[in-house]
Design a protein around this ligand. Structure first.
Ligand SMILES: Cc1ncc(COP(=O)(O)O)c(C=O)c1O
Length: 464
């Protein structure tokens, strides 16, 4: 039976805690480094009194939890932030859609939507700028341009750095199709490079493939794990290529948007910050790129002059005011959701450590630069074939797992038929992909469901 040795702790008393700004008070700023420290201290059983949430709107609900002195340490009592209070069918589903929004989030979204209905400001309106400002503040990046999806954010960011017909863009082969589609939409050629053990683009592999025709490098922070951006930046700088992050799975990770030319985010309902429809954003430190992104996001029109073009080509791809209003309503829950993911990821790592030690599986590392959008394990030969394990988890334990992107980019027929297969093999990408299994990890996963998943994996490996 799984124990919660590292995760059960007395809730600190309210009286003992220092007020914000007082000696002994520490601010949890909401980025992945500070959440990592919080979860690490909880795991180590350290005293975590005196914690306060940072000022950004995105941190508001985590701040409330911290200020009540109960960052949900108890395993699963009702009322814990890890308790699911709706009906549980007894099945552990990979990503149950009806749980994407909690009851308070649903209420916030409804209030936001009702407010828009009263004004009729459905497409353009004041919430767009307000949301962009709140997002930029949270990420610590000066410019945010909100878009109609993460895919559009990628296309816009690539266009803004000048990617066009005949250019090459280097990217990994293990992402969602949106990544290569954004390159294709610009008329450019996707060039696939290999990844490292953490599933993200390997700077050495990029260095082997970069040429004078490479206009940009497009790393994907897969699963929420930040790519080695300083390594990539050095390669890009040597060749005059732009660096654009696909950060669609990585909102909240410290450094997103701060080292590259631009980063693209997704707010589709399944992401760490999921809205009630499609949305995304381009974030950048560079004022000219922000200006170009804004123009490209709306028909090439100059941001300052109505219906006068400053770019040849632009799209109708800005965020709707309706969705931006909902985003403002949901933003206060973002860091609490990211905290839950980090906490649950750490708990998986503890609960599965013995299976990793026995060589049955390989686990991801618990690092501060991760938003845990997905939790991947590598199923090693000692645990039998990956797909058989996946089937048994469901058939015998009703635990649903997934291989999130079942076909690598270059194994998709239209891609290989178009002559876009990599010229050199992607050994690491192929190996990781043949063994990866994604376990349920979402912000409404309960401790009981996670325990069931951990125990089911043990049972399947033991009784093989
Ligand atoms: C890595 C990655 N890139 C791009 C996208 C595209 O985002 P969206 O669905 O908002 O267009 C997604 C999400 O689906 C993604 O996970």
């Amino acid at each position: 039976m799984l124990t919660d040795r590292h995760f059960v702790s007395e809730a600190p008393s309210t009286e003992a805690r220092a007020a914000p700004g007082e000696a002994g008070s520490t601010t949890v700023s909401g980025d992945s480094h500070s959440l990592f420290r919080l979860v690490r201290d909880i795991r180590a059983g350290r005293d975590i009194t005196g914690l306060h949430g940072g000022p950004a709107l995105a941190n508001r609900e985590l701040a409330r939890v911290l200020e009540r002195g109960e960052p949900a340490l108890a395993p699963a009592p009702r009322g814990s932030v890890f308790a699911w209070d709706g009906p549980w069918t007894g099945e552990v589903r990979f990503l149950p859609r009806e749980r994407l929004l909690s009851a308070p989030e649903r209420a916030a979204a409804l209030r936001a939507f009702t407010g828009v209905l009263d004004t009729g400001a459905f497409t353009s309106g004041p919430a767009v700028g307000a949301f962009e400002a709140a997002l930029a503040e949270f990420l610590g990046v000066p410019h945010a341009v909100a878009t109609s999806s993460g895919t559009d954010a990628l296309i816009i960011a690539l266009r803004a750095v000048g990617v066009g017909h005949g250019d090459n863009v280097i990217l990994p082969a293990n992402s969602f199709a949106a990544t290569e589609n954004a390159v294709l939409a610009c008329g450019a050629r996707p060039v696939l490079a290999d990844v490292g053990d953490d599933y993200t683009l390997d700077p050495d592999s990029v260095a082997e493939r970069i040429t004078g025709r490479t206009k940009a490098v497009l790393p994907v922070h897969l699963h929420g794990k930040l790519t080695d951006l300083s390594g990539l930046r050095a390669v890009c700088d040597r060749h005059g290529a732009a660096l654009v992050e696909d950060a669609c799975q990585a909102i909240g990770v410290t450094g997103v948007g701060q080292h590259a030319d631009a980063a693209a985010l997704s707010f589709n309902p399944y992401k760490n910050f999921g809205l009630c429809g499609k949305a995304g954003a381009v974030v950048t430190r560079v004022p000219e790129l922000a200006e170009r992104s804004r123009a490209v996001s709306y028909h090439g029109f100059s941001p300052d002059v109505k219906n006068v073009k400053s770019e040849l080509l632009g799209f109708n791809a800005g965020i709707d005011n309706t969705q931006a209003e909902i985003a403002l309503g949901l933003l206060p829950y973002l860091t609490l959701g990211n905290y839950r993911r980090l906490f649950l990821a750490a708990r998986y790592l503890d609960g599965l450590a013995d299976l990793a030690a026995s060589g049955a599986i390989r686990l991801p590392e618990f690092t501060p630069d991760h938003a845990w959008h997905l939790f991947p394990v590598q199923v090693e030969p000692a645990a039998g074939p990956r797909d058989a394990l996946k089937d048994r988890l469901w058939a015998e334990h009703r635990v649903e797992t997934d291989v999130y992107y079942p076909v690598l980019t270059h194994r998709q027929h239209p891609v290989s038929d178009a002559g876009l297969s990599p010229s050199r093999p992607l050994f690491h990408t192929e190996r990781l992909h043949s063994r990866v299994l994604h376990l349920p990890l979402h912000k409404a996963l309960s401790i009981a469901e996670q325990n069931r998943t951990i125990e089911a994996l043990h049972d399947c490996v033991r009784s093989r």
